[in-house]
Design a protein around this ligand. Structure first.
Ligand SMILES: Nc1ncnc2c1ncn2[C@@H]1O[C@H](COP(=O)(O)OP(=O)(O)OP(=O)(O)O)[C@@H](O)[C@H]1O
Length: 471
């Protein structure tokens, strides 16, 4: 039982009408007494909140799955369990949602336990009538702040600007200049380049330098989904569109409304989705899966590919009209082997990143190590370099990165000045060294097992390890 006083509604509608400063928040009332639910619902709706109701915990949990609820007002004694216990389950599943418990008169322990279980607060039915609306405002304020923090954290994690794109080479700077010029416009941009050349980093820098920087930047990798999943990911769906679609769901285009959508690996997008994308580009409209009414959005598109899209068009894999629509402004990102001059700066940057993470005191990169980096062909570009440095930092126990901490395929088996001490890549012994190292890796460094697998005596293995300087 909750309110018996009818003047309650009038007092609070008057008192708090002026305080309506938040977006419409959704409140779920879980109470088995219909009269109370209806009255509470009326009062809360009059305050401008969007209200949903449930008569028991099970129905309440279902409503939580379907609606984006900010605050739950929950009775303690419900036909299928206790609201105090349900608080725990709800907070586990929806940590941002706040819960206000309605406890029985004089039952403080319930309230205390509810707060221990994560409730925002509790009020005593009938006694604390005048507290419900102010408490609701406080709870919704906490929810909006939590949502804002989540959004800011997401933005911060993605905060790339042109200033922290590392590299001084002319070829990279030409790409940066072009990107800076186009950033402030609304033009669709196509970034091309091999894998790991920094296309996503550029896309984020363009977004952050644009007028849309305070809005969402949402990235999707078109090659990571099947056709149906990608359609759902991009455009969202209506409840009931397919088995399991219990509630309306926003797609990436809606999430990024007023912001930027980054379509990575656009060359992998199936042809019929390309038609839908063209429509978004031309009209700003699309149909959600299972919907008959178009949804309108305002997004800027930045696309990226490591394929030759022109060739994909010629081969019939990519729509020509879409190609011309997205390739308005193309920026190509150079592979790392074409900007060897940037390798040192990048290596120092990643060394700093990983020593900070691991608390190691490595502050130097040896000449040989750097030379080996410069001679490598870097098919995985900056991503590969980053991984190589991370590996070396893990393996290094001194203050300097040495060549022997590099993967074997990067180690130059001998430099010009100490050729006599090391092995030429053509010598049979170099193959033996690599093979022993591989078997040692396979056995996690277990020498007895390694010698057995190699079919040599353990003493021979030790001799060879010493001879080839295997670590
Ligand atoms: N100029 C740069 N300075 C520092 N880090 C960079 C730079 N460019 C790329 N990186 C880093 O290299 C990695 C690969 O970059 P990114 O994901 O942007 O490449 P990509 O071209 O989009 O790759 P893919 O085509 O495989 O999606 C990331 O970890 C990124 O942080």
């Amino acid at each position: 039982m909750f309110i018996s006083n009818n003047s309650f509604a009038n007092v609070f509608i008057f008192k708090f009408a002026v305080l309506k400063v938040f977006d419409v928040s959704k409140v779920l009332i879980i109470d088995d007494e219909e009269k109370i639910r209806t009255l509470l619902s009326k009062i809360i709706s009059l305050e401008g909140f969007d209200v949903v109701e449930a008569g028991d915990i099970k129905t309440g949990l279902k409503k939580l799955e379907i609606a984006d609820v900010d605050v739950v007002i929950c009775d303690v004694k419900l036909p299928d369990g206790s609201g105090v216990e349900a608080t725990k389950d709800i907070k586990d599943k929806y940590p941002v949602t706040e819960i206000i418990l309605l406890t029985a008169y004089g039952n403080i322990p319930d309230g205390v336990q509810a707060i221990k279980n994560g409730a925002f607060d509790y009020i005593t039915k009938g006694d604390d009538n005048n507290k419900i609306i102010p408490l609701l405002y406080k709870a919704t304020e906490k929810v909006s702040l939590a949502k804002r923090v989540l959004q800011l954290e997401r933005q911060l994690a993605n905060k790339y600007s042109f200033d922290n794109i590392i590299g001084k080479s002319k070829i990279l700077n030409a790409s940066i200049d072009a990107a800076k010029k186009v950033a402030g416009s609304e033009t669709t941009v196509l970034l091309t380049g091999e894998t790991g050349t920094g296309k996503e980093v550029f896309a984020q820098a363009i977004h952050n330098a644009s007028n849309r920087s305070k809005q969402n930047f949402v990235a999707v990798n078109c090659s990571a989904f099947s056709k149906d999943l990608l359609e759902n990911e991009l455009f969202g769906h209506k409840a009931g569109a397919f088995t399991g679609a219990v509630k309306d769901s926003k797609g990436i285009f809606e999430e990024a409304n007023h912001g930027t959508v980054f379509l990575d690996e656009i060359g992998e997008m199936p042809l019929d989705l390309q038609a839908k994308l063209l429509r978004v580009l031309e009209t700003g409209e699309f149909l959600k899966v299972g919907d008959s009414k178009p949804t309108k959005v305002n997004v800027r598109i930045i696309a990226a590919t490591n394929r030759n899209l022109q060739q994909e068009v010629e081969e019939g894999h990519f729509r020509e009209d879409l190609f011309y629509r997205i390739a308005v402004f193309q920026i190509s990102l150079p592979p790392l082997r074409e900007r060897v001059i940037d390798i040192e700066e990048l290596a120092i940057f990643f060394l700093r990143t990983f020593t900070n993470k691991t608390n190691k005191k490595i502050n130097k990169i040896s000449k040989n190590y750097l030379e080996a980096l410069k001679q490598h062909s870097w098919k995985g570009n900056i991503r590969e370099l980053k991984n190589v440095i991370e590996r070396s930092v893990i393996l290094t126990g001194t203050t300097e990165l040495e060549e022997d901490s590099l993967p074997l395929e990067l180690q130059r088996l001998g430099t010009l000045d100490n050729r006599e001490k090391t092995l030429s890549a053509f010598e049979l012994a170099s193959v033996e060294k690599v093979h022993i190292q591989k078997v040692l890796n396979y056995t996690n460094g277990n020498k007895t097992e390694t010698s057995k697998l190699l079919n040599i005596a353990l003493t021979t293995l030790y001799r060879k390890i010493d001879e080839y300087h295997i670590k």
